[in-house]
Write a protein that binds this ligand. Structure first.
Ligand code: XMP
Length: 305
């Protein structure tokens, strides 16, 4: 991409031409890719765009409220509360790829219902270049690539940021005037907190992952990592007050990267790490231990599953 302003003009024109007078549906995730895609599409076709946000119960803290605020200017914004359906569908599932499949299927089912109501012919997706590469290489089955258009019967698909890297999408977001919360936001995986909980997904583990991730994001914002979060690993022994407890082990991960395909664990100072540790163990009764992940990608992946 040479220049974001020209990219935006061209993208709007291209979307208008491709869509014609049809209706378009987009699934919002709160991330920069789908937000930019929605904004470009809205500028191209206005209220013939229906943005849909599914609250899967696997999202970041306060995500739903933030989405409502940010996309308030799009008349047909739909928010679907589906937390119980997702968590129930994940009961007993421990294999990472099976988790992705269950989430993908549940997502399609939820999305299909809205699609039927809206009767849109076209689907817009915020697929970016690295999503396609990783998906082709089959490193992980990223569920935002493929799948959706096959199952839901759309005539056409619009992917305006398909050739861009994440840093380019951010430039476009700034140029579109999207708020900083979105343009500078760390990437968040499609399957959400489910891949930050090792093993079975439960409401309790999701709560720990959500609150701890929020603390990590706040504490590390000024360090500008590509991605920083907390994952829930397993239970271990600790001492809280006068008692020995069997509490969660939380791993803090903060990485630098350009596109997520490779990454370096970020070097953080002891004071910062200790502040994160004391906030997490202080605010979350069920956490007994916090560790910092020093592994680069490769050999580790960024997410835990
Ligand atoms: P990994 O863990 O594969 O992550 O090193 C690379 C980047 O991709 C994100 N990620 C996903 N995104 N669906 C997504 O949409 C997925 O299943 C998924 N798994 C990982 C991850 O957050 C990182 O930015």
């Amino acid at each position: 991409m040479d220049d974001p302003t020209t990219f935006i003009e061209d993208a709007i024109e291209e979307i208008s031409e491709q869509v014609g007078d049809r209706r378009v549906l987009i699934a919002l995730s709160g991330g920069v890719d789908s937000s930019v895609t929605a904004e470009l599409t809205h500028r191209a076709i206005g209220d013939r765009l229906t943005p849909v946000y599914v609250d899967t119960g696997l999202m970041r803290k306060d995500e739903t409220a933030q989405i409502s605020d940010t996309f308030d200017h799009m008349d047909d914004l739909r928010i679907v509360e589906a937390q119980d359906a997702f968590v129930d569908a994940l009961a007993g599932v421990t294999d990472p790829e099976e988790k992705r499949m269950v989430i993908g299927e549940q997502f399609i089912r939820t999305f299909e219902e809205v699609a039927r109501e809206v009767d849109a012919e076209v689907l817009a997706q915020g697929t970016i270049y690295p999503d396609r590469i990783e998906s082709e290489g089959n490193i992980k089955s990223h569920h935002n690539v493929g799948g959706l258009p096959d199952v839901v019967d759309f005539e056409d698909i619009v992917e305006p940021v398909r050739e861009l890297y994440k840093d380019e999408v951010r430039q476009v977001a700034r140029s579109l005037g999207l708020e900083e919360l979105i343009s500078e936001r760390m990437p968040f995986p499609g399957p959400g907190l489910a891949v930050r909980v090792v093993g079975e997904v439960t409401r309790e583990k999701l709560h720990v992952a959500r609150e701890a991730t929020h603390i990590v994001e706040e504490e590390l914002e000024e360090h500008e990592p590509w991605q920083a979060f907390a994952a829930v690993l397993a239970k271990g022994t600790g001492v809280k007050g006068d008692n020995r407890v069997h509490g969660w082990i939380v791993s803090v991960r903060s990485v630098e990267s350009r596109d997520g395909m490779t990454a370096r664990a970020q070097e953080l100072d002891w004071g910062t790490l200790q502040r994160i540790q004391s906030r997490i163990t202080g605010q979350l009764d069920d956490v007994a231990r916090v560790v910092y992940d020093v592994t680069h990608k490769p050999p580790a992946t960024i997410e835990y599953e």
